[in-house]
Every structure is written in structure tokens, then in C-alpha cells.
Design a binder for this molecule. Sequence first.
Ligand SMILES: [Zn+2]
Ligand SMILES: [Zn+2]
Length: 131
Amino acid sequence: METAELLKSNNVKPTVVRMKVYNYLVENKNHPTADTVFKSLLSEIPTLSKTSVYNTMELLLEKHLIQAITIEEKETRFDADTSDHGHFKCTKCGAIHDFHADLRNLQSDLPYGFTVDERHLYYKGLCAKCK
Ligand SMILES: [Zn+2]
Ligand SMILES: [Zn+2]
């Protein structure tokens, strides 16, 4: 689906900034921070402000079009892949890698009556390159 259509079907007005930010996340699967997205798009959109990037992230999160990765307390990173998967952060090079994980089965021990809105699985360690 085209980005404009995708945003519209989720009740998001497809502005240039929103489309560029969303496309950036789809094309860059390295889980960038909002700051990285801002710096990368600045050459394309010279009028871009940090606030508009942050607001766009908030909106896309609210519509479940992207997910936030809060593996580090001080650094939120973003992912356009909203399917269930785990994130592995290499403590040496700082890269965050996706890995397959059946997150739905982690729900099984929840007390009766609880419902889940989000699932996150975070691992930290060394990637094969750094090990
Ligand atoms: Zn590494
Ligand atoms: Zn991911």
C-alpha cells in the first residue's frame, strides 16, 4: 500500500513530514532515534523541526503504525515493523537487531482477566561481529 493511503486508512492526514518520517522508518530498519530521523531528513526538508518529528512519532505510535523500543531508558528508538519480534542490543557496537520470537505465548501466565496491549522482548549482549 502506498504510504499516503496507509496513513489515510488509519485516520492520519498524510502530510509531507509524516510520509517522509514513516518511509524513513520503513527503509531504515536499524531502529533509529527521533533525533537520527530528524538529522537524516533535514537535507530533504530544510524547514523540518525536531518538534514536528517528535509529534509525528507520537501520532504514528498512537495509531500503532510504528512501535517504540525502550531498551535503553534514556533513548527511545523506533521501528516501522509492528509485527511481534524481539530486539537484541549489542552492548559494544550499540546496534539493535531484530530476532524472531513468539511473543504471544509469553502471555500465558497472566492472571485471569488481564489484557495485553503491547509486548516487548529485549535482550542485551554481544553481536557476532563484536564477540
Ligand atoms: Zn556489536
Ligand atoms: Zn525491530
